[in-house]
Each structure stands twice: as C-alpha cells, then as structure tokens.
Design a protein around this ligand. Structure first.
Ligand code: BES
Ligand code: MG
Ligand code: ZN
Length: 501
C-alpha cells in the first residue's frame, strides 16, 4: 500500500472511496466535511438522517456520490463522543473504515486524519496511527489458499491522506513514514509466526535473521549445536536434543553512528514448535504452538527497522531457536542440566522449556554487560489465564525500566500490565538436588514462576520480562489485524528504542 499526503480539498480527490469521520451528536462538522457536504448537495447529512447514522465508535455508512464529487463512494465512520476521543478510538475507526473500503473493492482510498480537530493527538502521531492501522488491519496471509480462477484480487493500492494545513506537512509526512516502517516490521513478524512450524524452523529463523542483518548493515552470529556445546549451553541444548531440527543461537548487533547512549539487549523466545516434549501437551493446547517463537519474530522484526530508524542506542538481539519435541533423545523430567553460567536446574516439566532456553540466552548476553535486558516470550498459559489476549504480562527486577516499557507499550497500542515478583515466589524454585527446579508452585502464580526463574540468569542487570503468550494470538480480529498471530511486541520495542531511551 502506497501512502501519500495531498493538500487537495476532499471533493476534488479522485478515488474509489473517500473516508470521512464525524463525532456523535454534533452538527458542527469539520470545515472540510462541511464543504464536502455542500458539494454533495447535502447528500451526506440527508443519508445520515435517513439511515439514522449515530456515529458510534467504528460504525460505518457507505454513500454513493453519483458523480457530484471526484470520489465514487464515501465511507462515513463514527468516532463516538468527541470528549472520549483518543488513540484507541482512532485505531478502531481507522480499522473499520479501511476494512469497509476493502470490502467495497476499492483500489484507491483517500482519508482525512480523524480527530485532528480535537487536539487530543498531535498530527504526527495521528498520521502514524492512520498509516500503521490502514496497513495492518487489512493484513492477510493467504499464500497457501488456492485461488479461484479470474477472482479479482481485493487490495488497496493507494491511500491518500488529505490535509490542507500546510504547517502540518512535515509532521504528517514523518508520521506516515514511521507508520509504514512499523507496519512492515510487524507484518514480517506475523508472517514468520503464521508460517507453519515445518517452515519456520530454527534454520529458517536464522536465515531470515541473516537477511535482516545484511539489509540493515548489522553484525550477525549464528551458533549451531557444536558452538553452543563449546560455550556450555547445556540448558538450551537440553531442550533441543529431542528434535531432528538443528538448533540455532542467533545474535544480531546494531551500533549507532555516534556514541551509543546505552546498550540494550532484546531477547526473544524462539521455540519454533512446543509440543511440550515428554511432558506432552494435550492436542488442543498444541494447536497454536507454532506461535511459540512470537518473541523471536518480534525481536528479529524490530532489527529489520534499524537502518531506517537509526536509534541512538546499541542493540543486541538474541534468539535461542529450537523445537521442543518428545523422542528417544528428548530431555526428561528429573534430568539435571547445567546452563552456561554454571547454574544447574532440575527439570520437573519439559513443557516449561521456554525459561530453560532463555537461561542460556541470558547467560550469554549478560557477559556483554548490557545496560538493560528486555525479553519477550510466549512463556506461560498462566499469563493467558490472568490477562487474556488483551494485555501482556510485565515482570521486572527494576521498576524504573518497567515503567518506561509499560508506557512505551501502552502508547503503541500494545497493552502492558505488571505482575509482581515477591521473594516468596523466588523461594518456590528450590530443588532438592540442583540449584533450582524449572517449574514452581503448582497451579499458583504460573507467570511469575517463569519470571523468577529467568531472573536467576540476568545477573541483577535491569531487566523486563514481557510474557506475550496471550496477545501473540487472537481468536478474533482487532483493530490491528485478523485473528491468529499478531506480531505483538514489535510496536513496543520500536517505540521504546526510539522514544524512551
Ligand atoms: N509455550 C507455552 C506457554 C503458552 C501457553 C504460550 C499458551 C501460549 C499459549 C510454555 O512453554 C508452556 O508450556 N508453559 C507451561 C509451563 C508449566 C509447565 C510450568 C504452561 O504454561 O502450562
Ligand atoms: Mg512449553
Ligand atoms: Zn513454550
């Protein structure tokens, strides 16, 4: 989708669909809308009245223009009450309007920047959201679907953003650009997660990472099983030993042109399929387990924006990619294994494998003494029970850092909700024969049990763990996309790395 800013009056923009929005209850429309209505001989207000259009949040109304203006159709979208307007409503309205335009088979769409007359969101951020959502909301993964012959492809090719205030031009252009960068990255993450596990293997992730690195001029290292063995990554390799797929430990480094303000490590859980291992999952829980590399997809996708975004911090990305499979060579409940930092763990449940792989990812990266570590992991079903798919679980050893990340995430439209870590939770990791067990108290504080385990490997470096198990997969579409893999985490990381450091 090409997105361009035009300062042409609404009635003159040639397009298949023109999207305009209005607030509930008010007869005081934006002047652009008023003059559009005039050009239409009051068709807008007449149809609204006839159809009893209430301008409820995200509601739409299609109006044919009969050649009175240059647009063939107008989609009116409701913004709800003016006083409630904010980024979330903007996202919802934008998503429902663009989906409606796609249904109408529009190729060229133009739109106003919704709610710009409220002063609640600045022009740049508004343009970013419109650009982001318009591209993400119509995301489709249909490469494996047979195409009907002669079936015309529904695809919006051009989106024209109309705004006539010249003084906002630079900001709007910047917002559009930023939105496109973010959307492209998030779509990459979605593609990687949506591909079945037989395609998105550790080897595939390593190859995509190599490509991202070369396109962005980044340093990359991919360690295979033997390299990891030499480094003493007994934990990561224990999870990998049950699978025929060779594990890959992936590291990408971005260094800014000037002196880096700090060094941030971003670590993504990269279990390309989680069967549970010998502690096998029931069939139902396994259905979506190709998404257990959503954290990896998010951090790789984030690195794909470095050339364009050039943050002023150094970034090290780590993914320990492997499958978790049951087999004659699989690691067993009861096994005691040693991570790269020398700590030992007693495996009580082979399905708590994410934290085991992260133990070595953390042990490896702390050697570089980064200033901060952020990990994204589809770590626990417990977090899904607690927060559903509407919010990510945030856990930390450093409240200041967590506060910033929570803010960056919420602002980017990825909800973050913190769960506490207490010493009592840490106590529950005691093992009779090793330094720790890989589970914790049964049936209680499952998300935190995972976090306090990972905490043992971060060496007191400021660290935030984001359990994305819920929002990584939607059962129902939201403003940002269809049901299924979401590519969650990309927007938070990009926002944090570029605006909060
Ligand atoms: N990958 C799962 C967590 C998960 C569950 C992600 C649902 C997405 C949706 C993780 O490896 C896992 O199996 N965790 C176990 C831990 C338990 C055995 C301590 C869980 O949550 O049941
Ligand atoms: Mg598991
Ligand atoms: Zn898992």
């Amino acid at each position: 989708m090409k997105i361009a800013l035009k300062n042409q009056s609404l009635e003159k923009i040639p397009c298949d669909v023109l999207i305009v929005s209005i607030f509930k209850g008010s007869k005081n429309y934006r002047h652009e809308v008023t003059s559009l209505n005039k050009a239409l001989d009051s068709l807008l207000t007449r149809v609204m009245k006839e159809e009893d259009f209430q301008a409820k949040k995200g509601s739409t109304l299609i109006i044919r223009t009969n050649g009175l203006v240059s647009a063939k159709k107008i989609i009116l979208v409701g913004l709800g009450e003016r006083k409630d307007f904010g980024p979330e409503i903007l996202r919802k309205a934008c998503a429902s309007a663009i989906r409606c335009a796609l249904k109408e088979n529009a190729k060229t769409v133009s739109t106003i920047l919704h709610g710009l007359d409220t002063d609640k969101i600045d022009a740049k951020f508004t343009a970013q959201i419109v650009s982001e959502v318009s591209q993400l909301a119509v995301y489709k993964f249909d490469k494996y679907k047979s195409k009907e012959k002669d079936e015309p492809k529904k695809e919006i090719q051009t989106l024209i953003i109309s705004e006539q205030n010249k003084t906002l031009e630079k900001q709007i252009e910047a917002g559009i650009k930023r939105g496109s960068i973010v959307a492209r990255a998030q779509k990459l993450a979605r593609d990687l997660v949506t591909e079945p596990a037989i395609v998105s293997t550790p080897t595939k992730l390593a190859n995509v990472a190599r490509q991202v690195a070369s396109e962005n001029n980044l340093k990359i290292k991919v360690l295979d099983r033997d390299d990891c063995k030499k480094l003493g990554m007994g934990a990561f390799l224990a999870v990998a030993q049950g699978s025929e797929e060779p594990p890959k430990f992936i590291e990408i480094k971005y260094t800014p042109k000037g002196k880096p303000k700090k060094h941030i490590a971003i670590v993504g859980k990269g279990v390309t399929f989680d069967s549970g291992g010998l502690s096998l999952k029931p069939a139902n829980s396994m259905e979506t387990m190709k998404d257990d590399m959503s954290g990896a997809a998010a951090v790789i996708a984030t690195m794909s924006t470095m050339r364009e975004l050039q943050p002023d911090v150094a970034v090290t990305m780590i993914v320990a990619a492997t499958e978790n499979m049951p087999s004659g060579t699989a690691y067993r409940p009861g096994d005691v294994i040693r991570a790269m930092n020398g700590k030992t763990m007693e495996i009580l449940n082979t399905d708590a494998e994410g934290r085991v792989t992260l133990a070595d990812a953390m042990s490896y990266v702390v050697k570089q003494k980064p200033d901060e570590i952020i990990d994204l992991a589809t770590l626990t079903g417990a977090c899904v029970v607690a927060l559903g798919d509407t919010s990510n679980g945030v856990m930390t050893n450093n409240q200041k850092l967590a506060d910033k990340i929570i803010k960056a995430g919420n602002e980017a439209g990825e909800r973050m909700w913190q769960l506490p870590l207490y010493d009592e939770d840490r106590e529950k990791l005691k093992s009779d024969i090793a330094d720790m067990i890989n589970t914790g108290s049964k049936g209680k504080s499952g998300a935190q049990n995972g976090a306090v385990f990972i905490e043992k490997f971060v060496d007191k470096i400021p660290w935030v763990h984001i359990d994305i198990a819920g929002p990584s997969w939607l059962d129902k579409e939201d403003a940002y996309g269809p049901k299924g893999p979401t590519g969650v985490g990309v927007r938070t990381l990009i926002n944090y790395l570029t605006n909060y450091t």
